[in-house]
Design a protein around this ligand. Sequence first.
Ligand SMILES: O=C(O)C[C@H]1C=CC(=O)O1
Length: 95
Amino acid sequence: MLFHVQIDVRVPHDVDTEKLKELSAKEHERAKDLQLQGKWVHLWRVAGKYASISILDVDSPAELHEILNSLPLYPFMEVEIAALCRHPGSLELTK
Ligand SMILES: O=C(O)C[C@H]1C=CC(=O)O1
């Protein structure tokens, strides 16, 4: 199942800079693992924002929830999700 996921990161002003750096590094490691597993198929920065747009390919909404919940920066994230299905005009060149 494909999901479009928009993540806006809202970091509270009182978060320690070093702690934030550490969480960001862990976040990128986790994102890398999920990409290598084929779960996180697109990861794009939204230009000019601390935000991203992603496509995840997971087995269920429950798995998506589990993955998002496992992200180190999750406590600071606002997440918008849309479930995707094939558009009838798509050439179906990808799965
Ligand atoms: O946008 C960020 O850098 C925060 C977070 C969201 C996805 C990811 O890999 O890191």
